[in-house]
Design a binder for this molecule. Structure first.
Ligand code: NAP
Length: 250
């Protein structure tokens, strides 16, 4: 994708990877719009980045997405990049008392949120000469951790779905990119993750992603930093069983 001259909407722009990407694209002079549920965070980030726009949006709410897309079409018709980054991660025990509420939350946010945002904005993106849809999956799409069963499956779903979307949009102006983070220092699974030495520092992750995008180093539409390649290519390289055992203590 082009790195300047864009109008970019980033869901989950109120923290972590989404905020990091938003600020990096903003520094390059792009018009950046962030979306998330926490109005306080939106206000803080807009104040810290003059010119950035924030919209409150819950991607689990289909009616809100439709209203949001209509507002974007009217007020920001130049939008040409959608970053589907909002996501949640929660541990689950499949052997404890059956409770699907966590699974439902994850699927509504990570899967249906992405499908709905894409469907709502696709018609507008198609009319632009150069546009892109970037969706955040995870290294765990490729080697799952058993204590996050629905989370890992939600990202594997997205990986597969994006492969189909990319083919369906072949020949259109829309580039379909998959951002595949490794374990990164964000608040995704709680505040402890922000300082977990096993996680990649957020600034280093964002820098590497921006370098890959700038160099168009996104083979098959995948944005893979060095740290995630072990998981991404575990099966191809014959390392799957070892990595799976490492993640799952088997
Ligand atoms: N950090 C990692 O280790 C890692 C690894 C692989 C993949 N990822 C993926 O990276 C993406 C960003 O996560 P992160 O690590 O940056 O964690 P994060 O700091 O917790 O960010 C998650 C973002 O998603 C937003 N969000 C969650 N539910 C939402 C909803 N219903 N509607 C709208 N926005 C919602 C949150 O904003 P509000 O709370 O304001 O709504 C927040 O901005 C996620 O898709 C995650 O699965 C992260």
């Amino acid at each position: 994708m082009q790195m300047t001259g864009n109008t970019i909407l980033i869901t989950g722009g109120t923290s972590g990877i989404g905020r990091g990407l938003a600020e990096a694209f903003h520094r390059l002079g792009n018009q950046v719009i962030i979306a998330g549920r926490r109005q306080g965070r939106l206000d803080e980030i807009m104040a810290a980045n003059p010119g950035m726009i924030g919209f409150q949006l819950d991607v689990r709410n289909p009616a809100a997405i439709d209203a949001f897309a209509a507002r974007v079409r009217e007020k920001i018709p130049e939008l040409n990049v959608l970053v589907n980054n909002a996501g949640i991660s929660r541990p689950e025990s499949l052997t404890a008392e059956p409770d699907l509420s966590v699974a439902r939350d994850i699927i509504e946010t990570n899967v249906m949120g992405v499908l709905h945002m894409t469907a709502a904005l696709l018609p507008a993106l198609k009319t632009k000469p150069r546009s892109a849809i970037i969706t955040t999956t995870s290294g765990l799409a490729f080697v799952p951790r058993n204590n996050f069963p629905t989370y890992c499956a939600s990202k594997a779903f997205l990986h597969s779905w994006l492969k189909s979307l990319r083919i369906q949009l072949r020949g259109s102006s829309i580039e379909v990119l998959e951002l595949v983070p490794p374990y990164v220092q964000t608040e995704l699974s709680g505040s402890h993750q922000m300082s977990d030495p096993h996680a990649m520092p957020l600034a280093a992750y964002i820098d590497e992603v921006m370098r890959l995008l700038t160099g168009r180093n996104t083979p098959d539409g995948e944005i893979l930093v060095e740290r995630v390649k072990g998981e991404r290519w575990a099966e191809r390289d014959g390392n799957y069983a070892r990595r799976f055992a490492l993640f799952n203590g088997t």
